[in-house]
Design a protein around this ligand. Sequence first.
Ligand code: DX5
Ligand code: ZN
Length: 217
Amino acid sequence: MPIRINPSILAADFANFERELGRIRTADLVHVDIMDNHFVPNLTFGLAMVDRLQQVSPLPLDIHLMIDDPDKWAPGYAEVGAYSVTFHAEAAADAAGLARRLRAIGARAGLALKPGTPVEQYLELLPEFDQVLVMTVEPGFGGQSFMASTMPKLETLSAAVKSSGLDVWLQVDGGITEQTIEIAAAAGADTFVAGSSVFGADDPAAQIALLRSSAAR
Ligand code: DX5
Ligand code: ZN
């Protein structure tokens, strides 16, 4: 099973994004957390920033929208060339319709679930999505502790994806370290977002390699 490591630039030096992107060249995608101070109690970047990052990033961008009204805003991120655009199930008015619009523009469509959101009602939507993001912390901030209580949801998704024969990546985000990545991989995750563990390391490339080998264990 291929494993993807997506460092989150929420933990990078905000004054030096281009240089920070150069430190994670051995990763797979760059995870960009968009927060609107409404859906989550924190504020980060918007479309203009993503448009510019897209021009300088050596790796494709994995956009995580923690915003209200993704039905209105998400397609813009696909239009500037984001590789994947993930929006929250709790915020979307028409998740399937929005996923179709994102795919029609050429982006991979992702559905994110907060720790307390059950997955069962979304299983029938799996064919509409390229990835599902199981949040392993409450969205809003980096540096929080991994919630193992979300693992049964990942196991349910993993079984559903396998039995469907679909190619849907299963992503986890929040508190991923060389220890917790083993737990998430065992539960069926294949795509791992890591903020503080990568950008907080003296050698991000070595940390990415360590995460990769821990996930494969
Ligand atoms: C949290 C964000 C995460 C965050 C993860 O709401 O979605 O992507 O950057 O940070 P760490 O890896 O430090 O938990
Ligand atoms: Zn994120």
